[in-house]
Write a protein that binds this ligand. Structure first.
Ligand code: NAP
Length: 492
């Protein structure tokens, strides 16, 4: 049986989309596995006027497809309590405090408290402040941990303001900033692949790696998130957080030990050596796109809730350069976008070709060997492949690229814990490895802000790519200029 994690989880935004679609199913999985058992309780809160029984119905409905064991589900839901609460009304906090103290005793929670703010970001600071000022923090020796959803600010200034507010109530090691990409199995596997294998880590530098490519492709458009998305755009929505986190895991030095403080320290160091671009560099090294219409697919500007003259980017591609000994001269290319050819996330690590190609025929004048490519498939396929050159078995001596491949089978992929299950478990354990620390968030914003500044003064030529493609032509040109190309191309 796994270690039982005793805690009260105080969930703000308990009837919201995230709570219902992701958080309750994730908590149920932890309950099924025994990570949370008898000694846990959840206080859900929002302005919703419901009693515990109605709230439990919502929880049961939300987890019903996770199991056919009705008793298990009912037992799980019996740990859930509801307090109607407006986070902006100070008088409401005393009911939460009383309920927390009562449940602490009833379930013997040892004073451990997780405050999970699953609400619009403008409430993050207010709730954190009130948790402290209204006496909700546990003082009986247990832990106090704050979980914050994304987005964490919309630029460095607003992120710093938010962070200052949070820091008045919680220490940095008590704050868990969710980036659900960090909960994904294969993102966590990047560390295993890099630091568990001599053959990769020995070559993991600018002497042997020509370039690194990170692609986060989405097939869908903005759907019903237009209001949020149009204010954000792909740069803020995907690059500042998920992509920068992935890049920092790929670029960091080996941590002293596999523990959160050491890993975070190395990620921060890597991000601090990322070159922050001046205006000219930002214009050259980043391109943006917005999808137009094709067939039955509407253009972004025709989506419900999007202004007809919106210049919000739905696609970004860029070149990142690290000014450090390991990576100087090896670019990291990144791209992400909506309405692309398919939904997938992958990393391609492109090694340099052998300096001498003894297999090429002098008369052909061209090198025949391919670059070795390590591809890390993050989702939906999980696994990795390594492209190597080998002799083919035909007459004569000809080399051909072959793939050494490990792909998780679909059963294991289905059984793999989902990001929120891992992340909630990490919070209960107090392990901050897979959360974004403030210095990481700050460095990422400083980098992204420079691109944004340039884009805000330059008029884009939108729309510039069609749904079902891999983005605008300029994304291919970005690499072509460096005599390179994306490893993942359409129809592969
Ligand atoms: P949502 O569906 O709009 O839910 C917001 C919640 O806040 C509701 O429970 C709402 O309940 C409550 N609320 C609003 N005003 C309140 C107030 N004054 N006092 C108390 N409660 C209040 O939002 P969501 O989609 O769940 O997103 C929550 C957070 O997760 C956001 O930061 C979002 O960016 C992030 N996130 C969401 C997703 C997702 O898939 N949904 C994915 C990634 C990140 P009442 O109206 O009953 O008060």
């Amino acid at each position: 049986m796994p270690t039982e994690r005793r805690s009260l989880i105080m969930l703000f935004g308990a009837n919201g989309d995230l709570a219902v679609r992701k958080l309750y199913p994730a908590m149920f999985k932890l309950y099924e596995k025994g990570n949370i058992r008898d000694h846990f309780a959840v206080i859900g809160s929002s302005r919703y006027k419901v009693d515990d029984a109605k709230y439990r119905e919502l929880v049961i409905k939300s987890v019903s497809k996770e199991s056919s064991n009705k008793k298990k589900i009912t037992d799980f839901a019996s740990h859930f309590y509801f307090v109607t609460h407006d986070v902006t009304d100070l008088a409401h906090y005393s009911a939460l405090k009383d309920k927390a103290d009562e449940l602490d005793k009833k379930y013997q929670l040892g004073g451990n408290r997780v405050f999970y703010i699953s609400m619009a970001p403008n409430f993050f600071g207010t709730v954190a402040k009130n948790i402290k000022n209204q006496g909700l923090l546990s003082t009986s020796g247990g832990f106090n941990r704050l979980v914050i959803e994304k987005p964490f600010g919309r630029d460095f200034e607003s992120a710093k303001e938010l962070n200052d507010e949070l820091s008045n109530a919680f220490e940095e090691n008590q704050i868990f900033r969710i980036d659900h990409y960090l909960g994904k199995e294969m993102i966590q596997n990047i560390e295993a692949i890099r630091f568990g294998n001599t053959i990769f880590e020995a070559l993991w530098n600018n002497r042997y790696i020509d370039n690194v490519q990170v692609t986060l492709a989405e097939k869908l458009g903005v759907e019903e998130r237009a209001g949020y998305y149009d204010n954000s755009g792909a740069l803020r929505d995907m690059v500042q957080n998920h992509i920068m986190q992935i890049v920092s895991l790929l670029a960091m030095e080996q941590p002293v030990a596999f523990k959160d403080t050491d890993i975070r320290a190395e990620k921060v160091k890597a991000l601090r050596s990322l070159r922050v671009y001046n205006v000219a560099e930002a214009s050259t090294n980043f391109v943006r796109g917005q999808y137009g219409a094709v067939g039955e697919n509407r253009a972004y500007r025709d989506e419900d809730g999007v202004p007809k003259d919106s210049n919000t980017e739905t696609f970004v591609a860029g070149k990142l350069l690290f000014d450090n000994y390991r990576w100087s001269g090896t670019p990291f290319y990144i791209r992400t976008g909506k309405k692309l050819a398919d939904k997938f996330t992958r990393v391609d690590v492109v090694f340099k070709k052998p300096l001498v190609d003894i297999f090429s025929f002098p008369q052909s004048g061209k090198a025949l060997l391919n670059a070795n490519v390590l591809t890390i498939f993050i989702e939906p396929t999980q696994g990795f492949s390594l492209l190597v050159n080998a002799k083919n078995s035909e007459q004569g001596f000809h080399t051909e690229p072959v793939n050494l491949e490990f792909l998780e089978d679909s059963k294991r992929t289905r059984e793999t814990p989902q990001p929120y299950e891992r992340l909630i478990h990490d919070v209960l354990k107090g392990d901050g490895t897979n959360f974004a620390s403030w210095p990481e968030v700050a460095s990422a914003w400083k980098f992204v802000d420079q691109i944004r500044r340039v884009w805000d003064i330059q008029q884009p030529m939108f729309p510039n790519y069609i749904p079902g493609s891999m983005g605008p032509v300029s994304a291919d040109e970005l690499l072509a200029r460096d005599h390179r190309e994306w490893i993942y191309k359409l129809n592969q």
